[in-house]
Design a binder for this molecule. Structure first.
Ligand code: ZN
Length: 161
């Protein structure tokens, strides 16, 4: 299957049946992310048990790309450690910005369907917002925006923790 039709199929599937969509009771970590360029607003909540992300949920108002990215992200990080999630956040961000060598070693798996957004500058932030918001939540930053230049999105992941 070519990349473009796989991409469209994944976006449709995750919009029809978003994974981990809803509100999490008793979340230990939580953040709201906003992408004013598109109007995306996401609320991400998770529960850490030790270093593991036991539960994660998202809800909000967003475009299809943002929602699909959030849905796939929650499925990808659920059960993982905080450190593994931060690696995925960094890799996804690098991929969306066209800085990741997709043929090299990475952990993105099916998330590579989003690689094409690097050629769509107006959609890059839609795809990154869920990851940006997860990063904020894991670091106990409760509100974030893709337009804040001095926040954690623009700092190396490992220096922000
Ligand atoms: Zn969007």
């Amino acid at each position: 299957m070519n990349t473009k039709s796989l991409y469209q199929e994944v976006i449709l599937d995750h919009n029809r049946k978003p994974r981990n969509y809803g509100i999490l009771d008793n979340a230990s970590h939580h953040a709201v992310g906003h992408n004013p360029l598109c109007g995306d607003r996401l609320d991400i909540a998770l529960n850490l048990s030790g270093e593991h992300i036991n539960h994660i949920a998202f809800h909000g108002e967003s475009c299809a790309i943002c929602k699909a990215s959030a849905s796939m992200m929650t499925a990808a990080v659920k059960g993982k450690t905080r450190a593994d999630a931060e690696i995925l956040i960094q890799e996804f961000r690098d991929m969306a910005l066209g800085k990741l060598n997709l043929d090299g070693h990475h952990h993105l798996g099916r998330l590579t369907v989003f690689a094409g957004v690097r050629d769509l500058p107006t959609r890059v932030k839609c795809a990154i917002l869920p990851w940006h918001t997860l990063h904020a939540a894991l670091n106990s930053v409760t509100t974030t925006s893709t337009e804040v230049t001095d926040d954690s999105m623009h700092a190396p992941v490992d220096s922000a923790s």
